[in-house]
Design a protein around this ligand. Structure first.
Ligand SMILES: *[C@@H]1O[C@H](CO)[C@@H](O)[C@H](O)[C@H]1NC(C)=O
Ligand SMILES: *[C@@H]1O[C@H](CO)[C@@H](O)[C@H](O)[C@H]1NC(C)=O
Ligand SMILES: *[C@@H]1O[C@H](CO)[C@@H](O)[C@H](O)[C@H]1NC(C)=O
Ligand SMILES: *[C@@H]1O[C@H](CO)[C@@H](O)[C@H](O)[C@H]1NC(C)=O
Ligand SMILES: *[C@@H]1O[C@H](CO)[C@@H](O)[C@H](O)[C@H]1NC(C)=O
Ligand SMILES: *[C@@H]1O[C@H](CO)[C@@H](O)[C@H](O)[C@H]1NC(C)=O
Length: 462
């Protein structure tokens, strides 16, 4: 028996209005071509602004020495604020902190975006579990892409400090410590797999995520940024390396975070939870946990990898593709469309076509090669798609939400595609992208090396 979900075309139509063809073109850019060459090159070069930054650090230190009465009052205010931050942070260890996560459509990206406070300034960041460094575009900027809202201004934030090249922080983060002989700022370069990049200097700042304050947060002040970041201020790196926000907050937030990614047409907001929020994680749903694999290659050790053991389409297991199962699969919020090895993709596609038959075929669209004309149909039966991963005791399954199975290209439903894509080579690593992670709570429990899924319509309200 084939399982199927009935989709009303009215729903599809609404989805189209939100997606739009223009945004589709954005999508082809936003997609991070699966590749494992995302490198963090932290190199140190003497930056011009160094003296200016050093002066700011001195200024901070001096404030305590020569404080007038009014400065003392403002210090107390600051300390009380810090104390409140401290309490909130302790609370968050117990409760977690939940902030809205939204589709980046309005920011011209198909990734998901959160707003956080950086040194008191609002910034929007793409949520990326596939990379580590958190960064924003910084003023003064050598070369910045257009973003919504003003650039981050380190000079007007009293809590901003640049990291010096001779500091322990820079040495620990810098893979080539010998290159860092002078006391210049600690420069960084990150090249992403799709050709996007950011470079600038590392700094520390207060980051506020919802009500939780993270002090001395190490991030990239990007002065030369280019690529597929839409109009977002930058990117939040939620990978596994010591540089990521997850590692930097692990003593307080327990290396645990989760998100629920809404479908853009729903008008609902999802949420990103940093820490152990018992409501989000345990009261809603049954969570099944898959086991995280560690990749033998140290360059890939910062990815979240699960063992993909099977896929079913409409309840039918794809036995013929079994040779490509049992492989490590990346779980990435920064990739949009799921990529499967060619043999596996062919098997999914063939079974999907067997069950989703009788609809007129139309031309492929970009990376989506299986497209239909559904115009004039009132309802279509869409086979369910379920991914199985190796768990501690048993296989864990993740049901792809119906909004993650089809991609509507044309508003009148005359071009609707299967929202999966093939890798070019059998040996490439499969990636579970954000399109197929919609409407689930996905829980990253790094301390226990497990990743949980729970079906969960995203209905976060602030
Ligand atoms: C930052 O965003 C929050 C929430 O959207 C808003 O309440 C606040 O006024 C914003 N602050 C600034 C400085 O724009
Ligand atoms: C780093 O360099 C700065 C500026 O030259 C100097 O003041 C500081 O003491 C140095 N710190 C360390 C840890 O060497
Ligand atoms: C999160 O909190 C729940 C309930 O309080 C607890 O059972 C669970 O072990 C915690 N998880 C982690 C990773 O701390
Ligand atoms: C959790 O799963 C069990 C077994 O599948 C089911 O009986 C129970 O109703 C579920 N609970 C919730 C809250 O979904
Ligand atoms: C495998 O594929 C072949 C040809 O496509 C088909 O005849 C056969 O039934 C399939 N076997 C299984 C177990 O699905
Ligand atoms: C994935 O799971 C299968 C079945 O349990 C196992 O045979 C295979 O070795 C696992 N692969 C990895 C990379 O751990």
């Amino acid at each position: 028996m084939a399982e199927a979900v009935i989709v009303s075309l009215v729903g599809i139509y609404l989805m189209v209005l939100a997606n739009g063809v223009h945004c589709f073109e954005e999508m082809t850019f936003t997609l991070k071509v699966p590749n494992l060459q995302r490198k963090q090159n932290l190199g140190c070069h003497p930056p011009e602004a160094r003296r200016v930054k050093a002066a700011i650090i001195l200024e901070m230190k001096e404030r305590g020495h020569c404080s007038s009465v009014s400065e003392k009052r403002s210090q107390r205010l600051e300390q009380l604020a810090q104390d409140e931050h401290h309490v909130r942070t302790i609370q968050s260890r117990i409760q977690g902190e939940e902030i809205p996560i939204r589709s980046g459509m309005k920011l011209e990206t198909m990734n998901y975006v959160v707003s956080v406070g950086l040194g008191g300034q609002n910034v929007s960041m793409i949520v990326d579990t596939g990379s580590d460094l958190t960064w924003v575009q910084c003023q003064p900027c050598d070369s910045c892409y257009d973003q919504q809202g003003p650039l981050f201004q380190p000079l007007s934030s009293p809590s901003y400090k640049s990291i010096l090249c001779n500091s322990t922080t820079c040495r620990t983060l810098n893979p080539s410590p010998g290159a860092c002989a002078s006391a210049a700022n600690c420069d960084y370069v990150v090249n992403y797999g799709d050709g996007s990049y950011t470079s600038g200097e590392l700094g520390v700042e207060q980051l506020s995520v919802g009500g939780v304050w993270i002090t001395d947060f190490v991030f990239g002040c990007g002065r030369n940024n280019k690529g597929l970041f839409g109009l977002a201020s930058g990117l939040m790196g939620l990978g596994r390396s010591h540089l990521s926000i997850v590692s930097q907050t692990s003593s307080t937030l327990g290396g645990l975070f989760s998100y629920c990614l809404p479908s853009p047409d729903s008008g609902l907001s999802g949420s990103l939870v940093m820490g152990n929020d018992s409501y989000a994680l345990f009261n809603n749903n049954n969570v099944s946990y898959a086991t995280m694999l560690s990749h033998p290659d140290p360059h890939l050790s910062s990815f979240y990898i699960l063992n993909l053991t099977a896929i079913t389409v409409g309840g039918v297991p794809l036995l013929n593709a079994s040779s490509s199962f049992g492989k490590g699969t990346l779980i990435d919020s920064g990739t949009v469309i799921t990529r499967l090895p060619p043999s596996m993709y062919r098997a999914v596609r063939a079974e999907f076509l067997r069950q989703f038959s009788g609809y007129p075929w139309v031309a492929r669209f970009s990376i989506l090669d299986t497209c239909f004309n559904l115009r004039g149909y009132k309802e279509v039966n869409v086979p369910t798609i379920r991914f199985y991963f190796e768990g501690e005791d048993e296989e864990v399954s993740m049901n792809v939400d119906v909004s993650g199975i089809l991609y509507v290209v044309k508003e009148d439903a005359s071009q609707v595609c299967l929202a999966l894509s093939s890798l070019s080579d059998e040996y490439e690593t499969p990636i579970l992208g954000n399109y197929q992670q919609r409407n689930q709570r996905v829980i990253y429990d790094t301390n226990n090396n497990r990743l949980g899924f729970a079906a969960n319509p995203c209905t976060f309200t602030t």
